[in-house]
Design a protein around this ligand. Structure first.
Ligand SMILES: NC(=O)c1ccc[n+]([C@@H]2O[C@H](COP(=O)([O-])OP(=O)(O)OC[C@H]3O[C@@H](n4cnc5c(N)ncnc54)[C@H](OP(=O)(O)O)[C@@H]3O)[C@@H](O)[C@H]2O)c1
Length: 155
């Protein structure tokens, strides 16, 4: 299959891209580094030609609820619109388990909006509600890092 990965250069996207390539799929990388900006729309036109499915593993790093929602919504809408034009058959969104049970988290608010847009969108979809990955623990310890104290080294 020809599969586009939105966020292909990220922590999760790079692993997904590698796994799909190893399984013989043709991977189309979507990220600003690859010339596609889903916030501005730059490079989006035509990039999904011949693509069967899109996997969205983009990310937004902000503690501001409105900004998280705006970024996730803008990128999701850009993807869905381009998928509709290109006749993409399926949209897969990586989400997080429990986002509907935790209100006071900006990232979760953005993920909930992403889910709503995908569910209401024009492209058949799958939402994958994953629990946090092991390396998320390192990010969390980084948030509590103190000056002069080294964070935990990755295994
Ligand atoms: N970490 C966890 O435990 C966990 C668990 C469940 C779900 N998730 C979800 O997994 C997703 C990915 O997380 P991650 O840690 O892999 O993210 P990440 O490492 O920060 O990667 C984000 C990716 O999105 C791309 N991107 C960002 N802004 C973009 C834009 N405007 N246009 C196009 N591409 C853009 C980045 O590439 P460029 O910078 O080159 O644009 C990069 O490839 C998140 O949505 C998160 O909610 C994470």
């Amino acid at each position: 299959m020809r599969i586009a990965i939105a966020g292909a250069t990220g922590n999760i996207g790079a692993r997904v891209s590698l796994a799909l390539r190893q399984d013989g799929h043709d991977v189309v990388a979507l990220s600003r580094g690859a010339g596609v900006d889903l916030l501005t729309g730059a490079g989006v036109d035509g990039v999904l030609a011949g693509v069967d499915a899109v996997i969205d593993v983009t990310n937004v790093l902000t503690a501001e609820r409105a900004e998280a929602q705006r970024h996730f919504a803008t990128m999701t809408k850009a993807l869905l619109a381009a998928e509709q034009v290109a006749g993409v058959g399926h949209h897969v969104l990586l989400s997080i388990a429990g986002v509907h049970r935790v209100d006071g988290n900006a990232h979760y608010a953005g993920k909930r909006l992403q889910e709503e847009l995908v569910e209401a969108g024009p492209v058949p979809w799958t939402i994958v509600p994953a629990t946090q990955f092991y390396d998320f623990a390192m990010m969390v310890t980084g948030w509590t890092e103190q000056d002069g104290v080294a964070p935990i080294a990755p295994c």
